[in-house]
Design a protein around this ligand. Structure first.
Ligand code: B16
Ligand code: MG
Length: 217
């Protein structure tokens, strides 16, 4: 039995949300907007453009198209300086165990991320070769909660959407997986990710029996 396992990146494989936060906070400060960690939570899984739109909205700011582009470039340059220092130590607990187990069982493994920096991050943490397909922010027109990113992942794996399982830490991502008719597995808090079919705090809580059941389903 071959299933497609599609992994989100930020918050599932690595915790880059903290770097996004630092970069967005710096940007917000620069334009006189207060930006909190709770607001950052709402940007998880949300594209770079949509994220900046939200920050401006929260701060009641309107800016020119040109300034918008400048801020986006700036934010990403800043973010990339954090990414540059990443290594294997930043892979979240038991991610490698689960990836290796699924690969040993000859399952299809893909990445489904909103980030345009997904490849460079996977390269930094030496995980690039564990994925058969990578679909990221460069490949999609519609961001999560639209299912496009996961549907593209399934098609790259040559596996039907209803034979796919998605691991996600964001509400938008769980909604995208559900809309794609895939099994959604939340990585995080049950009270936030209640729309998911299953929720685990992290991969250390996910045992081999559960993974085997998913393969058999
Ligand atoms: P970038 P994911 C998402 O990645 C992040 O959760 C989100 O906070 C970020 O704004 C988005 O990627 C775009 O990232 O600026 O690097 O293109 O969780 O879908 O892997
Ligand atoms: Mg995420």
């Amino acid at each position: 039995n071959k299933k497609g396992f599609i992994f989100d990146l930020d918050g599932v494989i690595v915790d880059t949300a903290k770097y996004h936060f630092l970069a967005w906070q710096k940007l917000a400060k620069g334009i006189g907007v207060n930006f909190t960690e709770a607001e950052n939570e709402q940007l998880k899984g949300v594209s770079r453009v949509k994220s900046l739109e939200k920050i401006l909205e929260w701060g009641n700011k309107t800016i020119s198209e040109a300034d918008f582009m400048k801020l986006m470039t700036h934010k990403n340059e800043d973010y990339l300086t954090y990414i540059n220092d990443m290594n294997e130590e930043e892979i979240l607990p038991d991610v490698v165990r689960v990836l290796d187990f699924l690969n040993e069982k000859n399952q299809g493994i893909a990445l489904g991320s909103a980030s345009k920096n997904a490849r460079i991050i996977l390269q930094k943490v030496s995980l690039l070769d564990k994925f058969k397909a990578i679909v990221d922010g460069n490949d999609v027109v519609k961001g999560k909660p639209n299912p496009e990113v996961f549907l593209k992942g399934a098609s790259a794996l040559l596996i039907e959407p209803n034979q796919c399982i998605v691991f996600e830490d964001s509400v938008a991502g769980i909604q995208a997986a559900n809309a794609a008719n895939m099994i959604s597995i939340g990585i995080g808090e049950q009270d936030i990710l209640y729309e998911a079919d299953y929720v685990f705090k992290d991969f250390t809580e996910m045992d081999v029996n559960f993974l085997n059941e998913l393969i058999k389903k």
